[in-house]
Design a protein around this ligand. Structure first.
Ligand code: TMP
Length: 408
């Protein structure tokens, strides 16, 4: 019997299509001597028969994931810094026609987007439950409320600041299972002509690229235009625009407005037709995806074992949250990958969740290049390749596993 659950969007029947096994929290990097037992849960995804939304079968309590020590920094990449400056500037140019505009960001992290809004002197508020990163934003002159965004919080913000012209969220909205409360909050807080703009990994790209490592505790929903349109409709809003982005391995920027307030763009229609043509959530498509995932596991393990047998060294590049899924699903530990280099100070000196591979600063990788680097931060490939040309000049080779295992 297939495992099922109730859809968090429409209460329809969600049927599981992939089980990635027992997994730790993807961002729970451990101190080597930590006596704390690790928290594990079952990582599996299903799709809803009614609204088609792909979603996790099990929810991890939010306080376990987002807290004072949450280590991820949104501004850890030059490309992403430019990306957020670009969208902030665009929103400032196109969506600020009211007298005293107000921008709210759900999950403002270290302020990578809002600092541009703050510098423009526009009223804004970031809502961020992870205290450490929120403090970094505040130090950049960004106004932050340390909280989880939900209906009660949205109503308090409304009472204090008035309606928002723009509510923005990047790589956060898909993290929130209790989306009904969040959408009620957005609906209440958004001005009559306001927009809710959010960017999240696109299920269509995950299927196409076999990027199963996009699946981890923090990524609860995997959006498509069709499922987002249905979610918007159920909350009195409308999907009025979509833009395909190259960020984080393929994302869509969705724009929602109050129902009837704006005309939907041609791009929305086109993407929905494309999703229909691809039969994105059909059992056959999902079964092919699962086969591809299993092939990646087999090929990656075979490659790493061959390298080990030859006595050569492999170092991981980028201790991403995504890497927790691939490392734990494949059973890759310090026996196959010596250490992982990462530029984030809060991850260095720690061990990867579940697999306990040491995380070290990039200088350790550069001081004695390994024979191979396993590109775990594959979504930042361009930026990393441009920065690490010396590695290849020294004879080093990159191992990739998206969309399939390759060595170059
Ligand atoms: P992300 O894929 O979730 O954005 O995580 C990227 C991780 O990779 C993050 O821990 C920072 C790290 N990283 C590096 O170590 N070097 C780099 O050049 C880039 C772009 C990221």
């Amino acid at each position: 019997m297939a495992r099922t659950s109730e859809c968090r969007i429409c209460s329809g029947l969600v049927t599981e299509f992939i089980d990635l096994g027992r997994q730790p929290l993807a961002d729970a990097f451990r101190l080597p001597q930590s006596p704390e037992p690790e928290f594990f849960y079952r990582l599996a995804v299903g799709t809803c028969a009614d609204c088609q939304m792909a979603q996790l079968m099990e929810e991890v309590p939010r306080e376990r994931m987002f807290h004072e020590d949450y280590p991820y920094l949104s501004s850890g990449s030059t490309v992403m810094r430019a990306h957020f400056e670009g969208i902030a500037t665009r929103l400032l140019e196109t969506e600020m026609s009211s007298d005293d505009p107000f921008v709210v960001e759900i999950g403002s992290n270290d302020g990578v987007l809002l600092k541009t809004v703050a510098a423009a002197g526009v009223r804004h508020l970031g809502v961020e439950p992870s205290g450490g990163v929120a403090d970094l934003a505040a130090a950049e002159g960004v106004s932050v409320r340390k909280d989880f965004f939900e209906e009660s919080v949205a109503r308090e913000i409304l009472a204090e600041h008035g309606h928002a012209d723009v509510i923005f969220s990047a790589n956060t909205f898909s993290h929130i299972p209790y989306v009904d409360s969040v959408l009620r909050g957005i609906k209440a807080l958004l001005g009559p002509d306001g927009v809710f703009v959010f960017e999240d990994p696109y299920f269509g790209d995950i299927v196409e690229r076999t990027s199963f490592d996009q699946i981890y505790d923090e990524h609860f929903f995997f959006f498509t235009a069709r499922s987002v349109a249905r979610m918007a409709e159920l909350s009195g809003m409308e999907l009025v625009d979509v833009e395909h982005l190259p960020t984080h391995g393929g994302e869509i920027r969705y724009t929602l407005a109050h129902a009837g307030a704006r005309e939907a763009s041609e791009a929305v229609k086109l993407l929905m037709v494309e999703e229909e043509r691809r039969e994105l959530t059909s059992p056959a498509t999902l079964a092919r995806f699962v086969e591809n995932v299993e092939r990646v596991r087999t090929d990656l393990l075979a490659e790493l074992r061959r390298i080990k047998e030859r006595g050569e060294r492999v170092v991981g590049y980028g201790a991403t949250a995504k890497s927790a899924t691939v490392l734990n699903f494949c059973g890759i530990g310090p026996d196959l990958v010596e250490f992982i280099c990462d530029s984030t100070p809060a991850k260095q000196g720690r061990l990867t969740p579940g697999t306990h591979i040491p995380v070290r600063g990039p200088e350790e990788y550069r001081s004695a290049y390994p024979d191979y680097a396993l590109l775990l931060a594959w979504n930042h490939a361009e930026e990393i390749m441009a920065k690490e040309t010396e590695f290849q000049k020294a004879g080093g080779r990159w191992i990739r596993y998206v969309p399939e295992v390759s060595v170059s």
